[in-house]
Ligand binder design. Structure first.
Ligand code: C5P
Length: 205
């Protein structure tokens, strides 16, 4: 069973995907981490993320970056959304995601293009959304808990910038697959969101 979970930043898709993986006993891949690692790699090599990300895409990145503490920072998310617009970066990460999706027992993947590009054959597809304000509120609380002093307005501005870039790019833009089920988590607790997600997946498999 392949479960594809897509949606914008801080929509709750990661939490839901992890919970689904646990529920169905499937391996889980957060594909955003791969783009974040490419972003960090480009930055640390002193390259321009707008124009020179292809150089890193060709050589792939060092896997130790996947453990880097800076990987989950807000700035790294923005950097990831810049480098991920490059078709060559997406192509370089494609096989790795495909292999993960196609492993014999099945898998859960979350990202922006899992249901549309990486695993269009997925058995269940969820598109998770929430209003920009609520997503900013959640992300802000999360960053504060990790000791960040970033303001809520700044987090909201970052989220809007990321939404615009992820939805507006021509290479695999953030989009809901025609056969995906929509899950709006704006007014749902984590527990209620997960329950709804399990019910949606059960209805599709
Ligand atoms: O999901 P996360 O916020 O970690 O993703 C960081 C960035 O990586 C996104 O804003 C998006 O631009 C990019 N991404 C993508 N395709 C995916 C996962 C992430 O383009 N499948």
């Amino acid at each position: 069973m392949i479960i594809a979970v897509d949606g914008p930043a801080a929509s709750g898709k990661g939490t839901i995907a992890r919970a689904l993986a646990k529920h169905y006993k499937l391996p889980y891949l957060d594909t955003g981490l791969l783009y974040r690692a490419v972003g960090l790699s480009v930055q640390r090599m002193g390259l321009d993320p707008e124009r020179e990300a292809d150089a890193v895409a060709a050589s792939a990145f060092d896997d130790s970056l996947l453990e880097d503490p800076a990987l989950r920072d807000d700035e790294t998310g923005l950097l990831a959304s810049v480098v991920s617009a490059h078709p060559l970066v997406r192509a370089a990460l494609f096989q790795r995601q495909r292999r993960f999706a196609a492993q014999p027992g099945g898998a859960v993947l979350d990202g922006r293009d899992i249901g549309t590009v990486i695993a269009p054959e997925a058995d269940a597809k969820l598109f998770v959304k929430a209003t920009p304000n609520i997503r900013a509120q959640r992300r802000h609380a999360e960053l504060q808990a990790r000791g960040s002093a970033i303001s809520k307005d700044r987090v909201l501005a970052d989220i809007r910038a990321r939404d615009a870039r992820d939805s507006g790019r021509s290479a695999a833009p953030l989009a809901m697959a025609a056969d995906a089920a929509l899950l709006d988590t704006s007014f749902l607790s984590i527990e209620a969101s997960v329950q709804r997600a399990v019910a949606l997946v059960d209805a599709r498999v």
